[in-house]
Design a protein around this ligand. Structure first.
Ligand SMILES: Nc1ncnc2c1ncn2[C@@H]1O[C@H](COP(=O)(O)OP(=O)(O)O)[C@@H](O)[C@H]1O
Ligand SMILES: [Mg+2]
Length: 393
């Protein structure tokens, strides 16, 4: 049985704003599902609706098979970890962790046992007598997780739990949460605006946009087949390069004097929300996929090559260590064309800012239509040799 099911979940705040606008999803037992999206897209509202901290305007929420729309928060079998930890400052770590069990009037020995077990799991046994203000950020974060663990919930809810920690600690805690989740076999809904956190933690990823699911799937499926320009921009760092495609003289043209040839793909499976899936299936029956209005290529899929299609000027280099990001100017494109290149390659070629270079595509090209939806076509680039304006030598 699914741990949690949402059907057309809607939240309309007073004043009429639909912060959550029809969410359909199923969280499987033991699954870590990450909900990701820009600030204000409805992530916290959605999580609070599941927790029972915010009423549900429409739709259905089931937890462990039971309709939970009207259940009190304490009866839902969920435990939430908040961004600001929400610890009681006047209570010891032990009492913070024991609080929910005391409210449930559990026997004292059981409370002590469960708090000690959770503390051991999190490596905070030595801190049980301290107050929250005597703890570091990472330790507070562990206490907040411990408070959720002692309740043995059916579903853990995390709302940006790491955003108050510094970068190094964020990486460490990310690994700890993953390890903990696997050890407990816990089902988790985890909200973040950080796409790296989302990619690295998730079994499945839900990209939220204006209160709706834009795409749902494994991190790699979203990386490899983004359903829209929105997902393409959001998943992957640095973001995918997106180039406008214009139709002129009966050909599809790109900045830099390039021609785009495309060929319809027989099938392309994209996991999306149920409603959009129906749309895709319907349009797959139609004859031709729509024309491309945008071409996408990931920075990882461009390489230095004297025969490369893109003739660009190297404008800026960011050395990341093993790799470097090369920001290049392509005539006719406002944004820089970004390539992730091995630093050794750049140095071997003695490249510097201002160098004229060529980049070849070494990976998939992504096509999107005028509505920024993915187009099921295979794409090929070539130089426009017929054009008088062509500067390609
Ligand atoms: N209590 C509230 N009353 C009215 N509008 C709200 C309330 N809480 C959030 N919102 C609005 O709902 C939208 C989604 O907010 P939120 O769920 O906090 O987004 P996120 O967590 O993704 O940043 C935002 O436009 C926000 O301004
Ligand atoms: Mg939020």
């Amino acid at each position: 049985m699914a741990t949690l099911t949402c059907r057309q979940l809607v939240k309309t705040y007073k004043g009429g704003q639909r912060a959550v606008d029809g969410i359909d999803l199923t969280l499987e037992p033991g699954e870590l599902m990450v909900v990701v999206g820009p600030s204000g897209c409805g992530k916290s509202t959605f999580l609070r609706m599941v927790a029972g901290l915010e009423s549900i305007s429409d739709g259905e929420l089931r937890i462990g098979g039971t309709l939970a729309n009207q259940l009190e928060p304490a009866q839902r079998g969920v435990a939430m970890v908040f961004q600001n930890y929400a610890l009681y400052p006047h209570m010891s770590v032990f009492d913070n962790m024991a609080y929910a069990l005391k409210l449930q009037k559990r026997p004292r020995e059981e409370i002590t046992r469960r708090v000690r077990e959770a503390a051991a799991l999190l490596g905070i046994e030595a801190l049980l007598e301290r107050r929250p203000r005597q703890l570091s950020g990472g330790q507070r974060q562990r206490v907040a997780m411990g408070r959720a663990i002692v309740r043995e919930p059916r579903v853990f809810l995390f709302d940006e739990p790491l955003s108050n920690l510094d970068a190094a600690l964020r990486v460490q805690m990310r690994l700890e949460i993953r390890r903990l989740q696997q050890r407990l076999g816990a089902s988790m809904l985890y909200v973040t605006h950080d796409q790296v956190e989302a990619m690295t933690l998730a079994d499945r990823l839900v990209v939220l946009r204006d209160g709706r699911i834009e795409q749902i799937g494994t991190p790699m499926s979203l990386f490899e087949t983004p359903a829209s320009c929105f997902v393409a921009r959001f998943i992957g760092s640095p973001a995918m390069n997106l180039l406008p495609v214009t139709q002129a003289d009966g050909r599809a043209r790109l900045p830099g004097g390039l021609i785009l040839d495309t060929e319809a793909l027989e099938t392309e499976i994209i996991e999306t929300a149920p409603e959009t899936k129906a749309d895709t299936a319907a349009s797959a029956d139609a004859a031709e996929p729509p024309a491309a209005a945008t071409l996408g290529v990931r920075p990882e899929h461009l390489r230095l090559d004297p025969q490369g299609e893109f003739a660009v000027t190297l404008e800026m280099i960011e050395r990341l260590g093993v790799d470097a990001l090369a920001y290049c100017r392509l005539p006719g494109l406002d944004a820089p064309l970004t390539a992730r290149l091995p630093l050794a390659t750049l140095e071997a070629a003695a490249l510097r800012e201002g160098s004229e270079i060529r980049l070849a595509v070494d990976g998939p090209l992504h096509l999107f239509d005028a509505e920024e939806r993915r187009v099921a076509r295979r794409a090929r680039l070539s130089a426009d040799t017929s054009a008088a304006t062509s500067s390609i030598a």
